[in-house]
Design a protein around this ligand. Structure first.
Ligand SMILES: Cc1ncc(COP(=O)(O)O)c(C=O)c1O
Length: 399
């Protein structure tokens, strides 16, 4: 499909929008929709259905409460904000005022965009340890800023000296996705602390994206630096309920930050969405209030899928190298059988093997020559995808 950039006079699209691209994750899904019988290691959506108790709670409230289909307060329903504040305190030792320091958003995605639009001006720079979540790149560009990629180490750790060297007077923020999409890294508390100290010293903001905080394979949830008084003014934290409670389509998350930030973030949130969908806020309340065994069950299933995915990759060790993930449900697999770009390899695998993968190059510097594999899908889908990959590799190697 030709984009508006090809018809500059007929569709005089803003430069801001011309400068951004649809995410590779969604692009691959779109291309795959035109190819019969694909299986996916692509989009990061766990296969689970929304837990029944959440659906039932929302159905009940929609039937019984005429207010449930109306706008809520811009910041979100008071009961939900109070529940989120209690959750943050209990789980992460973060103290926030539910009246002034939480805004319920249309997923983590809106929380990220409103934050980035609030922090980043034209010409500003945002440091992205990369490979990184691709949508940050487009959101920063949309805000008129520039992503400043700092490659992770070979084992996907933070390269702190390189981050220090990348700081300039235009640095406004660094986005820390922890656990990381697409690498599955869990950054240590020491690494997070070092970044926060740097942010205070050079007066920039650490935006923590904690969408996968519940999905750590060994050990505890990583440190949320908003819990530390000394960093409060230098941290804005993004949360999502999408993956943890199988609520991807409900579109609900939140942003937590000091009141001074939140007053400004709220202006963007109000101008773009008014409020998060009220029925979805009831779903969030039911999720946080309800029995947490659904999370434990989904987590246990994802552990099995991770093991399956790693075992299948291990069988292909002459074709792929990878760092075993410590969190989230992704593996960045480096392909060893070609020097071609990740876009070309992912496209060939899609067209010739009918397996969806995401080109690693779309996750910024350091991602090229990798494919991102998600193991959120059912085990039989993972097995089928690897059967096809194995057959494709055998044929391609023979060709
Ligand atoms: C790292 C990361 N942040 C944010 C999001 C957006 O999540 P949500 O569905 O809450 O908008 C995703 C979704 O895949 C993600 O992987």
């Amino acid at each position: 499909m030709l984009s508006a950039a090809h018809f500059p006079h007929r569709y005089p699209v803003s430069r801001r929008v011309r400068n951004i691209a649809p995410s590779a994750t969604k692009e691959m899904a779109l291309v795959a929709a035109g190819i019969e019988g694909c299986v996916s290691l692509g989009q990061g959506v766990p296969s689970f259905a929304t837990p029944t108790h959440i659906v039932e709670a929302v159905t009940r409230v929609l039937q019984e409460d005429p207010g449930s289909g109306k706008y809520s307060l811009q910041t979100g329903m008071a009961a939900l904000r109070r529940r989120i504040a209690a959750y943050l305190l209990a789980e992460k030792n973060i103290r926030v005022d539910p009246e002034r320091e939480i805004c319920v958003t249309v997923g983590g995605m809106e929380a990220l965009l409103t934050t980035i639009l609030t922090v980043v001006d034209t010409g500003d720079e945002v440091i992205l340890p990369s490979p990184t979540y691709a949508s940050y790149i487009e959101q920063i560009t949309l805000a008129g800023g520039s992503p400043r990629f700092v490659p992770l180490t070979d084992t996907w750790g933070l390269d702190l000296p390189a981050i220090r060297a990348a700081i300039t007077p235009r640095t406004r923020a660094l986005i820390l996705c922890n656990p990381g999409n697409p690498t599955g890294t869990v950054f240590s508390d020491d690494e997070t602390l070092a970044l926060c100290r740097q942010a205070v010293a050079d007066n920039f903001v650490i935006i923590t994206d904690e969408a996968y905080d519940y999905m750590v394979y060994d050990g505890d949830m990583p440190l949320s630096p908003l819990s530390m008084d000394e960093f409060r003014d230098h941290v804005i934290s993004i949360y999502s309920l999408s993956k943890k409670y199988a609520l991807t389509g409900w579109r609900v998350g939140w942003v937590a930050a000091a009141g001074g930030w939140m007053e400004q973030i709220m202006k963007v949130h109000d101008a773009t969405t008014i409020c998060a969908p009220t029925p979805s806020q009831f779903a969030a309340l039911a999720a946080l209030d309800g029995d947490q065994s659904c999370v434990a069950a989904m987590r246990a299933e994802l552990v099995k899928r991770k093991e399956l995915c790693c075992a299948r990759l291990d069988r292909l060790s002459s074709s792929f190298a990878y760092v075993p993930p410590k969190g989230a449900f992704y593996i960045m697999a480096k392909y060893l059988f070609s020097q071609a770009s990740s876009q070309e390899i992912a496209t060939r695998i899609l067209q010739e093997a009918r397996v969806i993968t995401i080109p690693g190059g779309s996750f910024g510097t350091g991602g090229e020559h990798h494919l991102r594999l998600s193991f959120g899908g059912e085990p039989q889908v993972i097995d089928e995808a690897f059967d096809r990959l194995e057959a494709w590799l055998a044929k391609s190697a023979a060709a």
